[in-house]
Design a binder for this molecule. Structure first.
Ligand SMILES: Nc1ncnc2c1ncn2[C@@H]1O[C@H](COP(=O)(O)OP(=O)(O)O)[C@@H](O)[C@H]1O
Ligand SMILES: [Mg+2]
Length: 327
């Protein structure tokens, strides 16, 4: 089985603009533009994760380039550690080879995570875009438009993607269940939405994980979320051990308040993560046990968990060179 068949997020990634869930204004705007494809401008897609930015970019490539779309679309990730030089080299090579005998209006470069680039790199990118203007169009993708330098913004048509609404997500998940022949309870799909707040990629991944229990219900979703919680708690612990107390605390509050992870579960997952992440785990587990006890006897959870993270940050800092094993 190919990876596209294995992962539902890929298997159900829309191939045509008409199949994109919601983002109606964007789809309408793009259709108007594509009515005369030769006039397609550079575009900048902004918005949160998992709402269709990459999907729409690839739909455009299919629409404009037809059967040649794979050969004449270059997908790059700007946060690649090789940076702007890698982008320059790849774009140069890509735009250089000609498409003799094939009638496509231009090639398409899709550059993801453009807002991860420094402003110097973005200035260089702007040059690259101008130099290849006769051969290529760019679709830049970012989370935060404010992180994109003005000269790039002003050279692109900007599309702002929104988080998907509850009904959109729940209906899409229900559809996938029907196509996969998986039984589901409506309440469970709702729960997935609650946890993923409009990130359809995350929602589909949880749905698939839950479905491996044979049915998508309260219990199987909880179990799938447990795996997801664990990864998120791991992130909080990593931030704390790096000494980044403020971010760690905010993420912790997001997990407990927004996503409803119980404080004791937080501590349980934190223990597993500390074993994995820190060479000082004996010392840290003692700290953890102390806070676990305080929660049991009824101390204020937010304050206790914040104090715990502060303690981890302190220990982490005092051993910053030895605290991380393999990252
Ligand atoms: N608007 C959408 N319509 C249909 N599927 C979507 C949509 N947004 C996300 N998805 C699903 O989530 C996956 C990831 O979407 P993607 O377009 O890569 O998100 P991003 O906005 O992070 O680029 C897709 O493969 C698809 O299965
Ligand atoms: Mg993407």
């Amino acid at each position: 089985m190919s990876i596209e068949q294995l992962m539902w997020v890929e298997k159900y990634r829309p191939k045509r603009l008409d199949d994109v869930v919601n983002q109606k204004e964007i789809v309408e705007g793009i259709k108007r533009i594509l009515a005369s494809p030769a006039g397609m401008p550079n575009m900048l897609f902004a918005g949160p994760a998992g709402v269709g930015k990459t999907t729409v970019a690839l739909c455009i490539a299919r629409e404009v380039l037809g059967e040649y779309w794979r050969d004449y679309t270059l997908e790059l990730n700007a946060s690649d550690e090789r940076g702007i030089n890698m982008v320059r080299e790849k774009v140069k090579m890509f735009t250089r080879y000609t498409s003799i005998g094939i009638s496509i209006p231009f090639k398409i470069v899709v550059l993801d995570e453009a807002d991860e680039m420094t402003s110097e790199a973005q200035t260089a990118l702007r040059r690259i875009m101008e130099d290849s203007a006769t051969t290529s169009r760019f679709i830049l993708i970012c989370n935060y438009i404010s992180q994109i330098i003005e000269p790039i913004q002003s050279r692109c048509v900007i599309f702002r993607f929104k988080s998907l609404a509850r009904d959109d997500v729940v209906n899409h998940l229900a559809n996938i269940c029907k196509l996969e022949g998986v039984r589901y309870e409506d309440k469970a799909l709702d729960m997935i939405y609650e946890f993923t707040s409009g990130d359809l990629r995350h929602a589909i991944n949880i749905l698939q994980a839950a479905s491996s229990h044979g049915i998508v219900n309260d219990a199987s979703v909880r179990s799938a979320l447990g795996i997801s919680y664990k990864a998120k708690v791991g992130e909080v612990i990593r931030l704390a051990l790096e000494g980044n107390f403020n971010d760690a605390r905010l993420r912790m509050l997001e997990l407990t308040r927004v996503h409803g992870l119980s404080e004791r579960d937080f501590i349980k997952f934190a223990g597993e993560e500390i074993m994995k992440q820190s060479s000082k785990n004996i010392e840290l587990l003692k700290v953890l046990a102390e806070y676990d006890y305080r929660l049991v006897v009824g101390a204020h959870p937010d304050i206790q968990l914040a104090a715990l993270l502060a303690e981890l940050a302190r220990v982490g800092r005092s051993s910053s060179s030895s605290s991380k094993i393999d990252r």
